[in-house]
Design a binder for this molecule. Structure first.
Ligand SMILES: [Fe+2]
Length: 391
């Protein structure tokens, strides 16, 4: 009863916040990379009325000495004027300040971001979750990610707002993530809920600035190759050709220290409502087994489930938390981003090393020698799982 009351109160508050956001001149400011993370930054926002001269003021440190014009982004179902700009010719590993708006009408708050380093750093941290939504847990998860060491960027493995065609929910979601996304690039891949009825991925494509085809792409940060796959369209032949080529190339590239794949749908799972995905196993397991990316980040199933290093679904090690690179593929489902939770089967499958029904987020520390993956419970920020992959 209490939970239901608090949820109702939260939704009323978010609706009010949504109305307020509509009255604020600038809202939903978020960062992403659509080009080189070392020298560019893309910024997207919405305004409550059209801006005659939409710009970003930015500069190194706390200066705002430079200006870049934004372009108007349109899609048929938009709820207000959207603007996007990509800042170019930035210096690597440099802190910048920025604000967006219009000299005649007003500005957002001043925020900061940092570009990617040109050489792999000794270590860096990024965070991730999936299946987020607009809920108290989702909002708390945004605060949790920000409460620790600030990540270099955040990955969201699909199912972002759960708007399902109701466009103002996208506004509420972008307001919810703004405290994080206006300081830390948000790198998304699409889930089934981004595939909105009648318009497919139109909202996702308009409201995010991502590399290449945006539904699937790659980016490099600190010697790590991030390969983002659209598992909603997992049979798409063009995407599959691209995916195999990326996996193959990543292995041959001497600049690449680690290979991390992100996509929405898990292959293996023990939630009561969704077990193993036989169709995706048939198409994707041979590629994963052959090229062995170091880590696969997933969502869709609303809980935490992490496998041992697997080949053909079989564990290659039963150590609880330490693995050698290339032993097998470790799949991490972090579907407890905030939307809701699913029950797990009574029996834990042989491929699962750790699982729990709770809201959570991932904090991943990358260095030359190891990938350390930590999962924290959203409710109390306690450590749920920690493992490392070493070379
Ligand atoms: Fe999903």
């Amino acid at each position: 009863m209490m939970q239901r009351l608090s949820w109702t109160a939260f939704f009323a508050l978010m609706t009010l916040a949504g109305c307020f956001a509509q009255q604020k001149l600038i809202s939903q400011v978020h960062l992403s990379w659509s080009e080189d993370p070392q020298t560019t930054m893309s910024i997207t926002w919405q305004s409550s009325k059209p801006l005659s001269s939409p710009v970003v003021q930015y500069g190194e440190g706390n200066t705002l000495s430079q200006t870049a014009m934004a372009r108007r982004i349109r899609y048929e179902q938009e709820t207000g004027p959207l603007y996007q700009v990509t800042l170019r010719n930035l210096k690597p590993d440099t802190l910048y300040s920025y604000r967006v708006g219009d000299a005649g009408k007003g500005w957002s708050e001043v925020r900061t971001f940092r570009t990617a380093p040109s050489k792999p750093p000794a270590r860096f941290v990024f965070t991730a979750f999936a299946d987020h939504g607009v809920t108290p847990a989702a909002e708390q998860n945004v605060r949790r990610v920000l409460s620790g060491e600030k990540p270099a960027f955040h990955i969201i493995m699909g199912d972002l707002s759960y708007a399902n065609g109701n466009q103002p929910v996208w506004d509420s979601w972008f307001e919810e993530i703004e405290p994080l996304a206006s300081q830390v690039p948000f790198m998304a891949c699409p889930g089934n809920h981004e595939d909105e009825r009648g318009i497919r991925f139109a909202t996702y494509l308009a409201r995010f600035a991502l590399p290449g085809k945006e539904l699937y792409y790659r980016f490099d940060y600190g010697g790590v190759r991030f390969i983002m796959f659209n598992s909603q369209d997992f049979r798409d032949a063009e995407q599959l050709r691209w995916f195999e080529q990326e996996l193959r190339e990543a292995h041959r590239d001497s600049e690449v220290r680690w290979v991390i794949v992100s996509m929405h749908h898990p292959l293996y799972s023990s939630t009561v409502r969704r077990l193993n995905d036989t169709a995706r196993i048939e198409v994707l397991q041979p590629l994963f087994d052959k090229y062995r990316p170091d880590l696969v980040l997933l969502g869709h199933h609303h809980n935490y489930e992490r496998t041992y290093p697997l080949l053909s679904m079989k564990p290659r090690s039963h150590h609880p938390n330490r693995y050698s690179r290339g032993q097998g593929v470790i799949y991490v489902t972090s579907g407890g981003g905030g939307k809701s939770l699913y029950d797990l089967t009574p029996e834990q499958p042989a491929f699962t090393a750790k699982r729990e029904r709770c809201y959570q987020y991932l904090r991943i520390t990358v260095s030359d020698r190891s990938l350390v993956v930590e999962c924290y419970r959203t409710e109390d920020n306690s450590l749920l799982d920690r493992f490392e992959i070493v070379r």
